[in-house]
Design a protein around this ligand. Structure first.
Ligand SMILES: NC(=O)c1ccc[n+]([C@@H]2O[C@H](COP(=O)([O-])OP(=O)(O)OC[C@H]3O[C@@H](n4cnc5c(N)ncnc54)[C@H](O)[C@@H]3O)[C@@H](O)[C@H]2O)c1
Length: 294
């Protein structure tokens, strides 16, 4: 299917890697003009070039959107380039550490407050005047960890609970302007974050994380992008204030049910997007995004 976002203008934060790459490419394939936003160290230029090579429309925007002036400039750049803004996808986020709370690094906590909470606040605030003009919508990244709470990453889960609760209130507040606000709540997705080699989980945590998924595997970035697409499209015109979990059943699970799934049912679907940057995401405190903390 294509054309579900024809003539729509979209900002995808954290659009250079992981789930954000899939959202950017999925939305471009469906006809949207996409502003791919990321830090200088993210493969934003590559994603833009790959979208253009497929015949899509996209520009990149590099900057730390947790800063008010950068968020406002980002919205301005989208409107200057494409004339309006219809959809904001608040996908940018960080997952820098795992530890029980008495050992949890304070700088990692501050880094999450900045990149998981300030970024959503600043971008939503900056985008609303434009979204009110177009009767547009916002879709933000929650998490199963924000619903359930998860050991070893309790501060991360707390930041995601903030995003989901913020979105419910905003949905009610903005309904009178014709603006919808929703969240997607991924479970463990096959990006840099959920592999011990590239993310902060150790072997035991990685194993338990996947074993706790009733469907027995990680989700793919494209499977998550499919749900972002639905919520952002006109097909979801009666959906607001919702969180759609894309978690293989984690939020309804009470056991290591995934261990019982036979291996042939654990194969990830190959999908149709040409994804190149799934594992190039942000798994450490990065200097450029930490700069404004001190
Ligand atoms: N991967 C998972 O298992 C999982 C599970 C639940 C929720 N999520 C959520 O999905 C989103 C994407 O996760 P991912 O696994 O694709 O991670 P990722 O690291 O591949 O992508 C996140 C991107 O956001 C960018 N970013 C972070 N802070 C930024 C800022 N202030 N300004 C500009 N760019 C910024 C990062 O540099 C990175 O490119 C996150 O919000 C995350 O909380 C992921």
């Amino acid at each position: 299917m294509s054309g579900r976002l024809t003539n729509k203008v979209v900002i995808v934060t954290g659009g250079g890697s992981g789930i954000g790459e899939a959202i950017s490419k999925k939305f471009a394939r469906e006809g949207a003009a996409v502003v791919v936003v990321g830090l200088e160290s993210d493969p934003v230029r590559e994603v833009v070039d790959e979208i253009l090579a497929e015949g899509g429309r996209a520009i990149g925007y590099l900057g730390d959107i947790s800063a008010q002036e950068v968020a406002e400039a980002c919205v301005k750049a989208a409107v200057q380039e494409f004339g309006k803004l219809d959809i904001l996808v608040n996908n940018a986020g960080v997952f820098p550490a795992t530890a029980e709370l008495d050992q949890y690094p304070v700088d990692a906590f501050e880094y999450m407050i900045k990149n998981n909470i300030y970024s959503v606040f600043m971008m939503s605030r900056a985008a609303l005047p434009e979204l009110q003009k177009t009767k547009g919508n916002i879709v933000s990244a929650g998490s199963e960890a924000g619903q359930m709470g998860s050991p070893m990453i309790t501060p991360y889960g707390g930041t995601k609970a903030w995003v989901m609760t913020f979105s419910k209130g905003l949905a009610v507040e903005q309904a009178k302007h014709g603006v919808r606000v929703n969240c997607v709540g991924p479970g463990p997705i096959d990006t840099a974050w959920t592999h011990k080699e590239t993310g902060p989980m150790n072997q035991k945590m990685e194993k338990n994380t996947v074993a706790g998924v009733p469907l027995g595997r990680r989700g793919t970035p494209e499977e998550v992008a499919n749900v972002y697409l639905f919520l952002a499209s006109e097909e979801a015109s009666y959906v607001t204030g919702a969180t759609y979990f894309v978690d293989g059943g984690v939020t309804i699970s009470k056991s290591a049910a995934g261990d019982e799934v036979p291996s042939h049912l654990k194969q990830e679907p190959t999908g149709s997007l040409n994804l190149q940057h799934s594992k190039e995401g942000n798994t450490k405190v990065r200097e450029e995004a930490a700069a404004s903390m001190s």
